[in-house]
Write a protein that binds this ligand. Structure first.
Ligand code: AMP
Length: 539
C-alpha cells in the first residue's frame, strides 16, 4: 500500500444522519418552537392538558390497535428485543457464532473424520444453553410464552439426536445440522418485543387505562407532541423519524359536538399559524356492524372483484387485505374506476348516518368550512364514524398535514373500560414545510446586544453587564476573549446584533457605558440604569 493510500485508509469515518432522519438546526428550529408554543397556547384555551409518553412500547400494543393489515404494522415498525443481560444470552451468542475447530486430533469416527472431537463442543454448548434457558424460563427471566416452553423442550431432544448421530454422519451433514440448530437457538425469545412508536393514539389509550383516567371528570382531553418512527421510503415530506402534534378526547360521550370541537381546535391552530390553502375533508366510515361498514366493505369488495384486472398490483392486493384502502389510491389510471364504486354514505346504519349529519351541523354552527369526501377512509383499523383529513398548500403529493377520526372501542380493545374516543395527529414536519413554502420566516433570533470589551477591568464590568441585561430578558453575546473594537463590531454585525455595548477603560472609570446602534452607527453614553431604561423602550 502506498503511503498516500495508507493515510486515506486511516481517515476516520464520517458519520451522517440515518436516511429518513435529519437534524433540525437554528434558525429553522425557532419556527418549530413557535409552532409548538402556539399549539400549547391554543390547545390550552380548549381545556386540553399535555401528556408526555414513552418513545417505545410493547410491539403488541401497536399490533393490536393499529391492525395487522396496515402498512405500519405489516412492514414499517422499528422493533427490537429488549432483554436483560444473562447467561442465556451469553450461551446464545456463543452458539450463534460457533465455528468448527480446524485440525482437531481426535479418534476418527467410522467415516474417518474425528467428527466427535469436532462437533461435541457444539453439543456441550447446547446443553449449557438449555440448562440456563430452562432456569431463566422457570424464574421468568425470559418470557414464559408457550413458544419458548416448547422450543426449550424440543431443543433437549434435538441435542440428544445430534450428539448420538455425530459419528454416523459425515462433516457436511453435521455442519448442516449445526446451522439448523443455530437457527432454533436464535428463535428463543429472550425479552419483550418493543417498538419505537409509529403514532401515539395507542399510547394515550394505554395511559388512560393504566392511570384509571375514567375516574377523572369526563371527557379527558389530552395533547402530545414528539417524534414518531415508521420505516417508510423517505421523500420530501415523508421521513422515518417525523414529528406529530396530536390530541385525543376520551370518555363516555360520543356527542357530535365533541367531534366538531376537536376539528374546530385544529382549524383554529392552523388559522393562528396563518397556514395557507387549508382544506378540511370529512367523511363517516360508520361502525363495524353488518348493517353498516362491514356490509359496505363486502359490497365494495364484490365491486372491486369485477374490475380487478384494470387495477394495479397494490390495489389488487388490497382487495384481499384491506379493500377500503383502494379508495386511497392516487394512481391516475385507477381514478375513473374508483369513481364508479359504491359510496359508504349510502350504506351507513341509521345511527351512524344521524351522527354524521349532526357532526356536519355542529361544524356549520362553529363556522368551520368543510368538504365531504367519500373516499376518505384512513389507513388504521381502529377508526369508525367521523374521519377527517386536512391538506395545505406547497407540499406536492404529501399534502396531508393532519389526519384524525373517531375510535370508540379502542380503549376496550386494549383491556380498558368501554370508552369513546376521537383525536387527530398533525404532521409537524409538513406543517413547517408548508409554512416555509408560503414565506413564513422563523422569528428573528439575532442578538440584542453584543458586548465589546477591552481590558481586565472592563471584562469584569462586561460580565456584570451581561448578567443584568440577560436578567432583563435581552439576548446578549459576551465574547470570551478580548477583541480589538473593530473586530468586535464586525462580529456584532455578523450576528445581526442591534446594539454594541462598548466597554473600555474610559467607560469603566467614568461609570458611563457607550451604546452603539449598529443600523446607523450612532452612539450615546448611558449610566447603567439609564441604559436599561433605554433598551427596554427601544427593543
Ligand atoms: P397518520 O398517523 O398516518 O394518520 O398521519 C397523520 C399525519 O402525520 C399525516 O397527515 C402526515 O402529516 C404526518 N405523517 C405521517 N407519516 C409521516 C411521515 N413518514 N413523515 C412525515 N409526516 C408523516
Amino acid at each position: 500500500m502506498s503511503e498516500g493510500a495508507a493515510k486515506k485508509e486511516q481517515k476516520p469515518r464520517k458519520f451522517q444522519a440515518i436516511r429518513g432522519t435529519r437534524d433540525l438546526l437554528p434558525p429553522e428550529t425557532a419556527l418549530w418552537s413557535h409552532v409548538e408554543q402556539t399549539a400549547h397556547e391554543v390547545f390550552a384555551t380548549f381545556g386540553f392538558g399535555e401528556i408526555r409518553l414513552p418513545i417505545f412500547e410493547p410491539t403488541e400494543l401497536f399490533a393490536r390497535s393499529i391492525g395487522l393489515d396496515t402498512d405500519i404494522v405489516a412492514k414499517e415498525m422499528f422493533s427490537f428485543e429488549d432483554y436483560e443481560p444473562s447467561s442465556v444470552l451469553e450461551y446464545r451468542s456463543a452458539i450463534i457464532t460457533w465455528q468448527e475447530p480446524r485440525d482437531v486430533q481426535g479418534p476418527p469416527g467410522p467415516l474417518g473424520t474425528g467428527a466427535l472431537a469436532k462437533f461435541q463442543p457444539f453439543s456441550a454448548l447446547l446443553s449449557s444453553f438449555y440448562l440456563a434457558g430452562r432456569e431463566a424460563f422457570e424464574k421468568r427471566l425470559i418470557p414464559r410464552t408457550p413458544e419458548n416452553g416448547s422450543l426449550l423442550n424440543e431443543l433437549v431432544g434435538e441435542r440428544d439426536i445430534f450428539l448420538s448421530s455425530i459419528q454416523s454422519r459425515n462433516d457436511r451433514e453435521n455442519r448442516a445440522d449445526v446451522d439448523r440448530l443455530k437457527e432454533r437457538v436464535r428463535r428463543l425469545q429472550l425479552g419483550d418485543e418493543l417498538t419505537l412508536r409509529p403514532e401515539a393514539t395507542a399510547s394515550v389509550c394505554r395511559a388512560y387505562i393504566e392511570h384509571g383516567m375514567q375516574q377523572l371528570p369526563q371527557p379527558v382531553k389530552l395533547y402530545y407532541m414528539g417524534p414518531m418512527f415508521r420505516r417508510e421510503r423517505p421523500q420530501k415530506g415523508r421521513y422515518r423519524q417525523f414529528y406529530q402534534i396530536g390530541a385525543e378526547v376520551l370518555g363516555g360521550s360520543d356527542a357530535p359536538a365533541i367531534d366538531a370541537e376537536v376539528i374546530e381546535m385544529v382549524m383554529t391552530f392552523f388559522d393562528r399559524l396563518e397556514l395557507q390553502g387549508v382544506q378540511l375533508d370529512i367523511n363517516s366510515i360508520g361502525h363495524s356492524a353488518d348493517n353498516c361498514r362491514r356490509g359496505y366493505v363486502e359490497k365494495l369488495k364484490a365491486a372491486l372483484d369485477k374490475v380487478k384486472d384494470k387495477l394495479g398490483p397494490d390495489s389488487q392486493r388490497r382487495i384481499e387485505t384491506n379493500p377500503l384502502r383502494v379508495l386511497d389510491s392516487k394512481l391516475e389510471s385507477e381514478q375513473a374506476i374508483i369513481a364508479t364504486l359504491p359510496h359508504i354514505a349510502d350504506h351507513l346504519c341509521e345511527d351512524c348516518a344521524a351522527h354524521y349529519s349532526a357532526v356536519k351541523h355542529q361544524l356549520e354552527m362553529r363556522g368551520v368550512i368543510y368538504r365531504e369526501n367519500w373516499r376518505l377512509v384512513r389507513g388504521l383499523d381502529y377508526y369508525m364514524r367521523t374521519t377527517f383529513e386536512i391538506t395545505a398548500q406547497g407540499l406536492g403529493s404529501q399534502n396531508a398535514v393532519c389526519g384524525g377520526g373517531r375510535y370508540d372501542g379502542l380503549v376496550e380493545l386494549l383491556g380498558g373500560p368501554p370508552t369513546k374516543g376521537i383525536g387527530f395527529a398533525i404532521g409537524e414536519d409538513r406543517l413547517i414545510l408548508s409554512l416555509q413554502e408560503s414565506g413564513k420566516a422563523p422569528p428573528q433570533q439575532g442578538r440584542d446586544v453584543y458586548i465589546a470589551w477591552m481590558g481586565e477591568r472592563a471584562h469584569a464590568t462586561a460580565i456584570r453587564a451581561a448578567k443584568v441585561l440577560r436578567k432583563a430578558g435581552f439576548s446578549v453575546e459576551l465574547p470570551p476573549v478580548e477583541q480589538k473594537f473593530g473586530k468586535a463590531l464586525g462580529q456584532a454585525d455578523k450576528l445581526g446584533a442591534k446594539y454594541a455595548l462598548i466597554l473600555g477603560d474610559n467607560e469603566v472609570s467614568e461609570g458611563l457605558w457607550t451604546l452603539k446602534t449598529l443600523a446607523d452607527g450612532s452612539q450615546e453614553k448611558y449610566t447603567e440604569a439609564d441604559l436599561l431604561e433605554y433598551l427596554r423602550k427601544s427593543l
